[in-house]
Write a protein that binds this ligand. Structure first.
Ligand code: MF3
Ligand code: CO
Ligand code: CO
Length: 274
């Protein structure tokens, strides 16, 4: 049975396994944090070019988030020491910023999670570096479509399985693989909270969506098989078959008649080409 709990005060609440139904204050806070995440992903657009290192991008993002009154949630999170995750080509997620320069043809995910006034804004986008092969561009486009098709299903009365199924059907119609090992998640004052937001599933299954729920949808889609493996650094997840992988992530809140996207791009840079 799914457990729901209405958040009645703005006191921080821990992880109980219950799905929180947030109030107006949370939606306002999440919109501000989400818009900082989105502005951060807009800010780097002109910098995502061949020759730049992902450590330089990470530093720029730290400075920008700080200058706007936020702090990256990933800093010190479970021993992680960077402001972003930056995942290149066959890296599925949790790529660690490094001194390796980006090269023409790379497809790159940048994932940011600023905390602003205690609220977490979690979002990621793909960037195309220089000239990217058509097949890779197609993967990126289909992955964005998967996210948005999932969001279209995010309304009261639907279930998590409806979101998941929309994503899975679209990816698999293109013969792409949907990653099973990582999910979206509830968030708010906590970075990772209930519910788990899976990206494959059957319609009508899983928790019912109710107004006040706040969570991410963040499908990872591979050109090849869904399987991933973890590198020895303990963070970097790559495709087992070394095929390219793409991901987009929005933070959303369920309203009375649909959902609100907290992390929409203020500059209109929601998907490439930018
Ligand atoms: N931002 C990621 C997410 O979407 C989580 C990154 S946790 C880290 O949930 F420690 F790897 F940075
Ligand atoms: Co997330
Ligand atoms: Co994220």
């Amino acid at each position: 049975m799914t457990d729901y709990v209405t958040v009645t005060s703005d006191a921080p609440m821990g992880r109980t396994g219950a799905i929180k139904l947030h109030g107006r204050d949370a939606f306002d806070g999440m919109m501000k944090a989400g818009q900082l995440a989105a502005a951060t992903l807009d800010m780097i657009v002109p910098h995502m070019i061949p020759g730049v290192t992902t450590a330089e991008i990470d530093r720029m993002i730290f400075d920008f988030v700080k200058a706007n009154g936020g702090i990256p949630a990933t800093l010190g999170y479970r021993g992680y020491t960077h402001s972003t995750c930056i995942s290149i080509n066959h890296v599925v997620c949790h790529g660690i910023p490094s001194d390796k320069p980006l090269r023409s043809g790379d497809i790159v995910n940048v994932d940011v999670t600023p905390i602003l006034d205690g609220w977490h804004g979690d979002s990621s986008r793909m960037y195309l570096i220089g000239d990217v092969p058509l097949k890779a561009k197609r993967l990126v486009e289909v992955t964005y479509e998967c996210l948005m098709l999932g969001i279209e299903q995010a309304r009261p009365g639907n279930h998590m399985g409806d979101v998941a199924n929309a994503i899975q059907r679209h990816a698999e119609a293109h013969r792409f693989g949907v990653v099973r090992d990582f999910c979206g998640h509830g968030l708010g004052r906590l970075f990772h909270d209930a519910p788990e937001v899976v990206h494959v599933g059957r319609p009508g299954t899983g928790p019912e969506l109710k107004p006040g729920m706040i969570f991410t949808i963040e499908p990872m889609i591979n050109i090849g098989r869904p399987d991933v493996k973890l590198l020895d650094d303990g963070w970097t997840a790559v495709t087992r078959d070394r095929s390219l992988s793409a991901q987009f992530e929005h933070s959303i809140g369920i309203t009375e008649d649909g959902c609100e996207i907290f992390t929409a791009s203020p500059g209109g840079f929601d998907k490439p080409p930018y």
